[in-house]
Design a protein around this ligand. Structure first.
Ligand code: BGC
Length: 788
């Protein structure tokens, strides 16, 4: 889409604090009279109510369609209906539903799939609808469609955006082959509170890492052209601060400062916007009392106005109607008006926009203008996808059969799973296991739980296509090695424990692989936990196994950081395997038997206890920075150490890496060059994730103790060295001031390079000589990296 939808910004409250729901520059009485039989005119462009849209810059086709549409047809385009449920797709596509399609009451369906059924539906829309407007078919393709990749938090642990980009491209290929045009992904909500169950769906705690992963996914899903039949539209979600609900309880209020909104929670949305995401989804929750689905300041002013986002915006499920529960609208009509005015184009399932705002629109020409703008954005999106020119491009059943779960896709899922695992602890080189004949006991019901490996959004993933952890280990055991199994306990209460049997199996083993953690149903939407230690039966099982005195390696299965201080202490090694998708077992086997060295890194720290969350390496220092000395009154707990159990960026390797000095240079254009030589000093070829952090030690407002500003995952053969060079713009040192917006302040900046946020190996300083306004979130800007 060209610059179709940028235009004059609506004159509303200019600051976060004064943003008000009810602000509207538009109180002019109706010019928009009751509908005349066939069509309504395209609403006038009036400066009094200019949303960020200029209808005249939409394509001629879109303008012409809008001018021919009745108000009911326009409202119908705003309707995204459920064509099924997430676990019974297409189940609601009844004959009555087809009549609604014919009469133009539906713009889009979600929870639908299949080249053939959706092809039939599309045919009805384009051949039997009055204006032949195609439907948009959507689904949550979040970490794979049929080929299921690791859960997103695990994908982020790869610290390799190219892995995400490839996975998203494969997901798009499969989903589009199955008739879909649109995924509700990427989920880019930065989250620092692992009590929140949806932490599993995002890239973790950091705005810089999150921005890189957001861009990779948008690029992967959308490819070079949305009109290509193997790409799909991304919906970056959940705009703007869904990842920080109070107390970690899903859907809760983000009661945060403007500073953290701008510096931590919005940058990934900005990065996705600049990467061209074709749509965004507003969040269920509110930011400081203003629900995102009605937040005119955030959606219309910031996202569309300042950032220039020109795509379509969809609400989250039923979120428009829920504005009443928030207490900002009394009736559904009011709720719909607020959402439309804020800039929401499509209503996911609440039916408020399609059925409750007609008379309000008829009485208010600004709203009529907003409606036309929304319809134009929806039609423009359909046009970008090529649906007007070739509506049947996504319905080739032969292509569908050839594409889903191809060998190449399975291989990509395998590679991604290997790259996602994080070795948290490895005393005495317990891992990898020797290939000499031995007896390995695999203990824990999660080892054979295939559903859990499919994670929280399993799309069309099928359990019988998953290689369980146990199967992977058994199938690849070295000659002479036996792999025995005892379930012991499974986190689900429905599965009976048999801990004695597990202890017996462990007693007869040389090595124990203790597979413990959460099952798929303990993380995800509406799965917040007040206590993020292991489920009780998992702890009981672990304690019984530790008592055997055998060497124990924990294989952690989880969708969130868990508080496993005691278990990690008692174990010889801990490998975080998250939920790895359908190649889980094969990938685990590669790492356990030492065919590949693990090199994933934590995208969020692991706390010692639930009470220590939320916490981040990137906090402000405060006036009394934490000191381990308990005789001093400082910013720490009295009952646990100030450090996390495993810090952000942490992950061990089967090799070891030495870092040289970090050197710096400033180029004539102001660009900052930082170089470090990294040597694989061990005897195993392995990847290292080189991490660059910065700190602004003296500024007009306090700055975080450390901020990630660059990284690269690079393979270094044993004994070899690589020089990693990061190139940054001074704009990446900017801070957000409430009065100034994004500004670079002159002064000294410290840069640090290391193997985690708490494992800094070398430092250097540079001097920023000139201040300037940038207008760009600093962590959304990508650092260029070269490796030689
Ligand atoms: C979730 C969204 C999801 C939508 C459709 C909502 O409950 O919050 O992330 O895209 O459902 O399945």
């Amino acid at each position: 889409m060209t610059d179709a939808h940028t235009g004059t910004r609506r004159a509303v409250a200019a600051s976060f604090l004064s943003a008000t729901l009810l602000a509207s520059a538009c109180a002019t009485p109706a010019q928009y009279v009751a509908e005349t039989p066939a069509t309504t005119p395209v609403s006038p462009e009036t400066s009094a109510c200019s949303a960020n849209v200029s209808l005249t810059s939409a394509s001629e086709r879109v303008q012409s369609l809008v001018s021919q549409m009745t108000i009911d047809e326009k409202l119908g385009q705003l309707n995204q209906a459920a064509g099924g449920r997430s676990k019974s797709l297409n189940s609601k596509l009844t004959p009555e539903e087809l009549d609604k399609v014919r009469s133009g009451e539906i713009g889009s369906y979600l929870h639908v799939a299949g080249a053939q059924p959706l092809g039939e539906l599309q045919k009805v829309a384009v051949e039997e609808g009055r204006l032949g407007i195609p439907l948009l078919f959507a689904m949550d393709v979040v970490h794979g469609y049929r080929t299921i990749f690791p859960v997103p938090l695990a994908m982020a642990a790869s610290w390799d955006p190219s892995v995400w980009k490839d996975a998203a491209a494969i997901s798009a290929d499969e989903a589009s082959a199955s008739g879909l045009h649109w995924t509700f992904a990427p989920m880019v909500d930065v989250a620092r509170d692992p009590r929140w169950g949806r932490i599993v769906e995002g890239a973790g705690a950091d705005p810089y890492l999150g921005s890189r992963m957001a861009v990779a996914q948008v690029e992967g899903y959308q490819g070079d052209s949305l009109a290509a039949p193997n790409t799909i539209l991304a919906a970056t979600k959940h705009f703007g601060a869904y990842g920080v609900p109070t107390g970690g309880r899903d859907y809760g209020s983000a009661d945060i400062s403007e500073q953290s909104l701008m510096e931590t929670y919005l940058p990934a949305f900005y990065a996705a916007t600049k990467a061209g995401t074709g749509s965004m989804m507003t969040a269920f929750n509110d930011v400081a009392g203003v629900p995102s689905t009605a937040n005119e300041y955030l959606v219309d002013d910031v996202l569309r106005g300042e950032w220039g986002f020109d795509g379509m915006i969809v609400s989250d499920w039923n979120a428009v109607a829920e504005l009443i529960n928030h207490g900002v609208a009394e009736t559904e009509e009011e709720a719909g008006v607020l959402a439309l005015r804020a800039g929401v184009d499509m209503d996911m399932t609440s039916m408020v926009l399609p059925t409750r705002i007609k008379s309000a629109v008829q009485q208010d020409d600004c709203l009529a203008h907003d409606l036309d703008a929304a319809v134009a954005r929806i039609l423009t999106t359909k046009e970008r996808l090529g649906l007007f020119d070739n509506p049947m491009a996504y319905h080739d059943t032969k292509r569908e059969a050839a594409t889903l779960l191809s060998d190449a896709h399975r291989q990509a899922a395998h590679d991604a799973a290997v790259r996602s695992m994080v070795l948290l602890k490895n005393d005495n080189q317990t891992l990898p296991f020797s290939k000499a004949p031995q007896n390995v006991a695999v203990i824990g019901g999660l080892a054979e739980d295939k559903l859990t490996q499919l994670g929280s959004w399993r799309a069309q993933g099928k359990t019988d296509e998953v290689v369980s952890l146990l199967e992977g280990l058994q199938q690849s055991a070295p000659d002479g090695t036996t792999v025995t199994y005892a379930a012991g306990a499974h986190p689900s209460m429905d599965v009976e424990s048999s801990i004695d049997e597990a202890v017996n199996a462990a007693m007869g083993a040389d090595q124990v692989l203790l597979v413990i953690g959460e099952d798929y149903d303990l993380s995800g939407e509406a799965r917040s936990r007040s206590d993020i230690s292991l489920p009780k039966n998992q702890t009981d099982l672990a304690n019984a196994i530790f008592e055997t005195g055998k060497p124990v390696t924990i294989v952690l299965v989880t969708g969130r950081p868990l508080a496993i201080e005691q278990e990690a202490e008692a174990a010889d090694a801990v490998l975080n395997a998250w939920m790895l998708g359908l190649e889980a077992g094969n990938a685990l086997a590669d790492v356990i038997w030492g065919d590949v060295s693990p090199a994933g890194r934590l995208p969020i720290e692991f706390p010692r206890r639930t009470g220590a969350v939320p916490h981040t390496y990137s906090e402000y220092p405060g006036g009394r920075p934490a000191d381990a000395d308990l005789s001093k009154d400082t910013n720490r707990f009295i009952d646990i150490p100030i450090t996390p159990l495993f810090p952000f960026g942490h992950g061990l390797s089967y090799s070891s890496f030495d870092y040289g000095d970090l050197t710096s240079a400033v180029q004539s254009n102001g660009d900052i060059l930082l170089s470090v030589r990294v040597t694989n000093s061990g005897d195993v070829d392995a990847d290292e994730v080189v991490q660059l952090y910065m700190r602004d030690p003296l500024a007009s407002i306090a700055r975080p103790k450390r901020e990630l500003r660059g990284f690269t995952r690079t393979h270094i053969p044993a004994g070899d060295s690589r020089t990693v060079t990061f190139t940054l713009s001074p704009d990446q040192t900017a801070l957000y001031g409430a009065r100034t917006g994004w500004v670079v302040e002159p002064g000294r900046i410290e840069f640090m390079v290391g193997a985690s946020a708490d494992d800094i190996r070398s430092r250097t300083d540079i001097e920023i000589t000139e201040g300037r306004e940038t207008g760009v979130p600093a962590s959304a800007i990508a650092t260029r990296v070269s490796v030689e």
